[in-house]
Design a protein around this ligand. Structure first.
Ligand code: ANZ
Length: 864
């Protein structure tokens, strides 16, 4: 029986760490620093989930490991607490969002503490504290003064149900990401941040940071830099009621100009109405209406069937003066390039599909494919193309662009997919803008001394139906006076989006209590950049791009010293749930879905909570009926009953087992399913370490003796230290744990164990299972805390085996295996081999002609 009692030792050590401020840290020039950061949570009402625990355990292991290796480690935690859910809760219940937020924060904090994470809690921050958002507002002013924050009338994603505009990233398939409400496009006055001015730097500097390649690619695609040309097509006045106008297109393939057989305007293009003749007016109007209902994503999906309408007008191709029809189609977006394209069906897939559908000419201008069968997008030789005939695609691009420039009909240009960042929300629960609108029409920033501009109390949290924020209804707050001019003014009533606070929180951790400045220069110089940042891949393009942008602006302002905030980023893999299901027939009788190949309607499906599954060896069974359950691996969700609550696991097994299990499940970056029985295995491992060290009486075990390890014990120890050191450093936590498990198995087979061996093992276990390690460390007679103990060293020499197993062959056939010292010579090996009965039998009556000895590998007798 083990007396390993996590429920006793875990609270004991959590209290110890808290009282002794074990993990408090200050900048210290005499030590190398290591800054390891978690993506701080949004404190939702449902508490911590196992996905949080995965990333947070990984960084905690690194933090503890680096401390043991002599680094001064910064490992902070805080709350990303502005945002929609608390506000929607407030709308429903009338509770101030701050109240609900504080409640949720308390839950999260209790849960994080129960997991034993080594945060410096004195650095805790909350983005909704005025003392924090004072500096968010301050940074906004820096952006404003740099000319990077501006107001514009822009078509926004307007969500009538939420009563707010949403960022593109918050709209999925034409619906709001939160709630799934329909979203339409509507022009409104908005604050914008000019992230596009940083597009090139955001792209180039990706080369200097250690991020997963797939993540960098997502940012590259998001920024979407395209080199090409803008070309002017004149409208044929005869076809358009005498209209004199130019249509400018953006193309990445100016080499295909001779293959343009029609043009397309986006339905929102300003020329559409002027161009369209009487005959096509009704049709075009209807088409425009329809397009306005679709999201950009829906419109540009490659698979979607192309549609469009003819305007009745023609344009003149500047390279050959040919007249080509002008169409309106929704696969061309107003927000990209110029909102108009020249269409080259032979060499563009979308145009090809469109041309096939509407029976428009497909003219080959690059050889290499059969363009009547499908669009050819590859390289090749230019044909049917006048002055660029015979050239390669790149040469043709260069020559035709130069020609366009000479003729004044176009120019080389670069386009980005990245748009300026829509930075305002019509909401209550966000940072107020430090901006006032004076009665003379001027918009002016508040002086820095007036920060923070605090959120006022409000009675109703709903946005006003006009789309204005609830702040607009509080006259006492809105009506103000410009401190500079004395003129009356109105405050900006929009608030900042949730991304604002998370754009710079890693900087506030450096100096969280500073009232004078956002952070002290010296501290920033010491701690930055973040050495390791772990979080979910869902933040690849939003948070991680926005934060990089702000950081670069702060770099230009001169208040940070590094170009990039996060030197290394690692995405933890998603933890999937296991759903255990069976079905019921029309009479409500349960039956097994295993091996059942009929259809089961969704309403006949039933699920069993993972904790209620009855295990018949390895077969999951219904708790009452004799029915085998079908197992599905899928995303955890409440409706599937497969959510694992960290609190429950801690209650049953302890936090150390939960931590260890999540790290043992598989490689950190991989997606992996939660096996409800897996925690048992690691819990057993911890009990085994415990029993190695602690006797039945709770004191140090009698088998633990004070001697220098030698022989096998020494070698296994050094091998284990080597493996655990390397694997922990490489974030290969699962294999490091496996190595410790093997070592514990080895130690179980020994009569005695050296105290030194157990001490080294305990220090290695500490990052993974810190509470257990603290207790063992104390039992071994050491002063707490094990967090202050140095990481064990290994000697390469001592990790080597002193003997090896070598196969012995007689005439090429294996006849036995011998164990010899690693550096054994031929004579020793032959002697050992001939002592083997089976080898000797096969040599009997033969003459040995030759011995082949590859030291440490092969011994072969050539005999006849
Ligand atoms: C003619 C052409 C011929 C094109 C060809 C492609 C291939 P990326 O690489 O994404 O920048 N385009 C330009 N503006 C557009 C808009 N507002 N909405 C939809 N499509 C637009 O793509 C640039 C290409 O996408 C441009 O080059 C244009 O089609 C189209 F063989 O021009 B191309």
């Amino acid at each position: 029986m083990s007396n390993y009692k996590p429920e006793e030792i875990e609270p004991k050590w959590q209290k110890f760490w808290e009282e002794n401020k074990t993990f408090q840290v200050e900048a210290d020039e005499s030590k190398p620093k290591y800054y390891v950061l978690d993506m701080f949570p949004y404190p939702s009402g449902s508490g911590l989930h196992v996905g949080h625990v995965e990333g947070y355990t990984a960084t905690d292991i690194v933090a503890r490991y680096k401390r043991a290796r002599g680094f001064n480690v910064l490992h902070p935690m805080g709350w990303d607490a502005f945002g929609l859910p608390a506000e929607q809760y407030a709308i429903k219940t009338g509770t101030h969002p701050a109240v609900k937020t504080a409640e949720n924060v308390a839950t999260f904090k209790r849960q994080l503490k129960a997991l034993g994470f080594s945060y410096d809690w004195d650095r805790e921050i909350n983005t909704t504290d005025p003392g924090y958002y004072k500096w968010t507002q301050w940074i906004f002013l820096q952006l404003y003064h740099q000319g990077l924050a501006y107001v514009a009338e822009v078509p926004v994603n307007w969500c009538p149900a939420l009563g707010t505009v949403l960022a593109n990233e918050e709209v999925i398939d034409g619906k709001s990401e939160r709630g799934g409400h329909p979203v339409i496009r509507k022009p409104m006055r908005q604050w914008m941040l000019a992230i596009t001015e940083y597009a090139d730097r955001l792209l180039e500097d990706l080369d200097d940071i250690d991020w997963p390649e797939h993540l960098k690619d997502m940012q590259r695609n998001w920024i979407g830099k395209s080199k090409g040309a803008e070309v002017d097509f004149a409208v044929d006045p005869e076809s358009a009621d005498g209209l004199e106008a130019n249509i400018r297109v953006f193309t990445t393939r100016p080499d295909t100009l001779f293959g343009a057989t029609y043009m397309v305007l986006s339905p929102e293009h300003p020329l559409v109405d002027e161009l369209t003749d009487e005959e096509h007016k009704l049709e075009v109007e209807a088409y425009k209406k329809e397009a306005a209902m679709k999201s950009e994503l829906q419109r540009t999906e490659l698979q979607k069937e192309k549609s469009g309408v003819f305007t009745g007008a023609y344009a003149i191709n500047p390279v050959n003066d040919e007249k080509i029809p002008i169409w309106v189609a929704d696969y061309v977006l107003m927000s990209y390039g110029t909102g108009a394209i020249m269409a080259v069906p032979a060499h563009d897939e979308r145009d090809w599909e469109f041309a096939k559908k509407y029976d428009i000419e497909i003219r080959e201008v690059v050889s290499g494919g059969d363009v009547q069968e499908e669009a050819y997008t590859g390289d090749g030789e230019l044909v049917n193309s006048g002055l660029i005939d015979g050239l390669s695609v790149p040469d043709a691009k260069k020559k035709i662009t130069a020609w366009l420039e000479d003729e004044g009909k176009g120019k080389g240009t670069i386009n980005y997919k990245l748009r300026d960042w829509l930075f305002s929300r019509q909401r209550y629960w966000g940072e107020p803008f430090p901006i006032i609108h004076r009665d003379d029409g001027e918009t002016v920033p508040l002086p820095e001394e007036q920060l923070p501009l605090e959120l006022p109390e409000v009675e109703k949290y709903e946005p006003s139906g006009t789309g204005e924020s609830p702040l607009a209804t509080i006259d006492e707050w809105v009506e103000t006076v410009d401190p500079e001019s004395g003129m009356t003014a109105r405050r900006e009533t929009n608030t900042m989006p949730q991304w604002a606070g998370s754009c710079w929180y890693y900087l506030r951790y450096l100096d969280p209590h500073n009232d004078e400045e956002p952070w002290a220069e010296k501290k920033e110089k010491y701690w930055m950049p973040v050495d390791l940042y772990v979080g979910g891949a869902e933040h690849a393009v939003l948070h991680l791009l926005y934060a990089r942008f702000w950081h670069k602006v702060l770099y230009d302002v001169g208040v940070v010293s590094t170009k990039e905030p996060f030197q290394r980023v690692v995405n933890q893999g998603m933890i999937l749930g296991r759903t255990y299901r069976y079905a019921v027939d029309e009479n409500g009788e349960p039956f097994s879905m295993v091996g059942y190949d009929g259809e089961v309607e969704a309403q006949r499906e039933r699920v069993i909570a993972p904790t209620d599954v009855r295990w018949d060896n390895d077969t999951p069974m219904h708790p009452e009926h004799d029915i085998e359950l079908d197992v599905l691996t899928e995303k955890m969700s409440k409706s599937r009953g497969n959510v694992i609550n960290p609190d429950d696991v801690i209650k049953d097994y302890g936090a150390d087992s939960l931590r260890l299990y999540e790290m043992f499940m598989g490689p950190l970056e991989q997606t992996k399913p939660w096996d409800p029985r897996g925690v048992n295995g690691v819990h057993r491992f911890l009990s085994r370490i415990w029993r190695l060290t602690v006797g039945e009486d709770g004191e140090l075990s009698d088998n633990v003796l004070d001697y220098e390890p030698s022989g096998d014990e020494q070698r296994e120890l050094h091998k284990t230290i080597k493996k655990v050191t390397e694997d922990t450093g490489n974030l290969d936590f699962n294999t490091a744990i496996a190595a410790m498990m093997e070592f514990v198995n080895f130690l179980y087979k020994q009569d005695d164990v050296s105290k030194q061996t157990l001490e080294a093992l305990t220090v290695m276990v500490a990052p993974y299972a810190p509470h257990t390690a603290e207790e063992l460390w104390e039992k071994l007679g050491n002063e707490p805390s094990v967090a202050n103990a140095a990481w064990p060293e290994y000697e390469e020499e001592l990790t080597k085996e002193d003997t090896v197993e070598v196969a012995v062959q007689v005439m090429g056939k294996v006849r036995g295996v011998i164990e010899v010292p690693v550096d054994a010579d031929e004579e020793t090996a032959v002697a050992a081999a001939r002592a083997e009965d089976n080898v000797e039998r096969h040599l009997e009556g033969k003459t040995i002609r030759k011995v082949i000895w590859v030291p440490g590998r092969i011994l072969n007798f050539v005999a006849n």
